[in-house]
Structures are given as structure tokens and as C-alpha cells.
Design a protein around this ligand. Structure first.
Ligand SMILES: NC(=O)c1ccc[n+]([C@@H]2O[C@H](COP(=O)([O-])OP(=O)(O)OC[C@H]3O[C@@H](n4cnc5c(N)ncnc54)[C@H](OP(=O)(O)O)[C@@H]3O)[C@@H](O)[C@H]2O)c1
Length: 313
């Protein structure tokens, strides 16, 4: 099968298309024919070995042999192992691939279920939201789960005021919608070019970070979510209420199967939708990573793996 791999850490040019053996599902696994994946910021960070911790997980001096990026996928079940009961051939699914990555390939095997608390490591599969295309669905799992766990950590409640920094990125666009779903009042920080986007997702107030230092404002928030990870808690001491919560994607509650099911439900009830900035084909993966590396994408970037049944978007 076709897959993208890399044998050294570095610029997008290290990503190379190659032919590798098609995987065979174990008794507890499903084999997914991948229709779409994403150019997730996590994939770009692994490719760059940034932060250094990446090397401890994925290979100290160079990436482990046949390391295929791809943190999230959508596709159909092609076959199932003999112990699998909750999925069948032709089911449309979306999935987090976990630390095993492997989304930049025509096929990916994932376990049907794993022990609670190991989903982030071993992956998580669910039926795809019916109202999303494969391209949209492939950009949901990693970003939306991270945004959801941040909201859960803050125990966000109706009437609370939350400021989201980096509101126009992948995490930010999911977080705005989730915070609104929980009834919070949202202040979105992004550049003025993205005001319309974040307002369309539900932001009540907007701040242009290029024109105003929101950390010096006299407004107070129950929660400050630095989705784009540019700040420290100390920077926000003036704008956080007493006992206010600072979030920055660290030390989150563990991801569980119910979380992906909640996202599917919210999407199908039109409470949540992924923002798709661009779609590239897998043959354009180098350009896709180059675009994400610039740090200014709006929401998410999907990658298609060839022809999608029903048509590519
Ligand atoms: N996505 C995930 O699942 C995930 C999970 C864990 C950790 N993280 C980490 O979280 C961070 C954000 O991830 P992401 O996927 O949301 O990133 P992203 O989609 O690449 O964020 C890009 C957006 O951030 C905005 N931005 C850039 N610099 C900014 C600044 N100084 N202040 C406010 N906004 C700024 C950009 O808006 P402008 O174009 O207007 O500048 C752009 O819309 C990354 O460091 C990533 O490694 C991500």
C-alpha cells in the first residue's frame, strides 16, 4: 500500500511516499481503508522533533523505522478480526490513531476497544458523524478531544467568562463552540482577519492580539485557555478571577471512548463542526505541512487519500 514516511527529522521535505505491506488486523482489530487524514500540528511537531521529548518516544537520533505520521483518520471498515463485535465491514468511521500514528497510509489497523486510559496511546475508533464528509471527519478527533478535555478540566459552566487565545486555530475553533455549548461567555483572541470566523462559531467578544495586549486588560475571566500555547499562567494573573483556571493543553484528564462519542453526538446535533481551512491530496503532503508550519491556519487542514466514494470535496 501507499504510505508517507520519513527517515530523518526536519523540514516538510523529509516526508516521502513509499510502498509498504498492507496491514492485517489482529483478532481484536479493525482494518480501516483510509479516505482522509489531516496535516495536524502534532504531525508537524513529530516531523521536526520539536519538542525534544518527541525523540524519546519516536526515535532518539532518527525516527523509528517505517514511522508513518497521521494522528487522525476517517474511512471505512474493510475487514474485522474474529473477536470484533461493535464494527462490521463498510461501517464509516473516524479515529484517533494514538501514539502509533499511521494515518498517512491507505490502510490502518486499530483495536476495536482498549483499556480505559490507554486510548491516547493505542487509538480510538467510532462511527463517523453522519453529517460530516470524510475530509471534515478526519480533522475532528485530535483537536476536538484536546479542546474537550481542556473544557472538562476547567469544569466550564453556564454564565462563566472564558478567554480563548489562539481562537482561530484548530483547538481554538473547537473550544469556542464547546464553551458556548456549556453556556459560557466567550472572548476570542485572534488577528482581525479571523474575527468573522470566530464570531460565526459563537464568540461574544473578539480581541486582536496584534493590536492589544489582553493580559493587561481590566476585564476578569473565570477561565483563560491559551490554546496556542504562547503564555504562562503568570502572564494572566491580572485577568484571572480569584480561583480562575488557566489552561494550556497540559495535564489533561484522560481521553475515553465516551469523549469521541460525545463529539459525534454534538456534531450530529449541529452544536459542533470542524473548520476546514484547506484540503490537500496525500501527494501534496509536503506543501500541506509547509502551510501548517507557518502557524496561521484557520481551523484544520485535511488530507485525502485518493478518490473518496461520493466524491472528494
Ligand atoms: N491541535 C491539537 O490537537 C493539539 C493538541 C495538543 C497540543 N497542541 C498544541 O497547541 C498549540 C495550538 O495548536 P493548534 O492546532 O490549535 O494550532 P494552529 O491551528 O496552528 O493555530 C494557528 C492559529 O493560531 C493563531 N495564532 C498564531 N499566533 C498567535 C498568537 N501569538 N496569539 C493568538 N493567536 C495566534 C493563528 O491566527 P493568525 O493567523 O490570526 O495569527 C492561527 O489561526 C500548538 O502549540 C500545538 O502543538 C495542539
Amino acid at each position: 500500500m501507499k504510505a508517507v514516511t520519513f527517515t530523518e527529522y526536519g523540514s516538510p521535505d523529509v516526508l516521502k511516499m513509499c510502498e509498504i505491506a498492507k496491514p492485517v488486523p489482529k483478532d481484536n482489530e479493525v482494518l480501516i481503508k483510509v479516505f482522509a487524514t489531516s496535516a495536524h500540528i502534532g504531525d508537524t511537531r513529530i516531523r521536526k522533533a520539536d519538542p525534544f521529548l518527541v525523540r524519546l518516544v519516536f526515535g532518539l537520533f532518527k525516527p523509528k523505522k517505517n514511522l508513518i505520521p497521521g494522528l487522525e483518520i476517517s474511512g471505512v471498515i474493510e475487514s474485522v478480526g474474529k473477536n470484533v463485535t461493535s464494527f462490521k465491514k463498510d461501517d464509516q468511521v473516524f479515529a484517533l490513531t494514538g501514539f502509533g500514528l499511521g494515518g498517512y497510509a491507505e490502510y490502518r489497523c486499530l483495536p476495536e476497544k482498549v483499556k480505559k486510559g490507554t486510548q491516547e496511546k493505542k487509538g480510538l475508533v467510532a462511527l463517523k458523524p453522519e453529517n460530516l464528509s470524510y475530509e471534515e471527519a478526519a480533522t475532528v478527533p485530535a483537536g476536538a478531544l484536546t479542546a474537550l478535555k481542556n473544557m472538562e478540566k476547567a469544569k466550564i459552566k453556564a454564565g462563566q467568562k472564558i478567554l480563548i487565545n489562539g481562537a482561530s486555530g484548530s483547538l481554538g475553533t473547537f473550544a469556542i463552540q464547546l464553551a458556548k455549548y456549556y453556556g459560557a461567555e466567550v472572548t476570542a483572541v485572534c488577528s482581525a482577519t479571523n474575527f468573522e470566523l470566530v464570531r460565526s462559531l459563537g464568540a461574544d467578544q473578539v480581541i486582536d492580539y496584534t493590536a492589544e495586549d489582553f493580559t493587561k486588560s481590566d476585564k476578569k475571566y473565570d477561565v483563560v485557555y491559551d490554546a496556542v500555547m504562547k503564555l504562562k499562567k503568570a502572564h494572566c494573573s491580572t485577568i484571572l478571577k480569584k480561583n480562575g483556571v488557566f489552561l494550556n493543553n497540559y495535564n489533561l484528564p484522560v481521553i475515553e471512548e465516551k469523549d469521541l462519542l460525545l463529539l459525534k453526538d454534538l456534531i450530529e446535533r449541529n452544536k459542533l463542526k470542524p473548520v476546514l481551512d484547506r484540503i490537500y491530496s496525500i501527494d501534496e503532503i509536503v506543501e500541506a505541512h509547509r502551510y501548517v508550519d507557518k502557524g496561521h491556519k484557520k481551523g484544520n487542514v485535511a488530507i485525502t487519500m485518493g478518490k473518496i466514494p461520493g466524491g472528494n470535496k
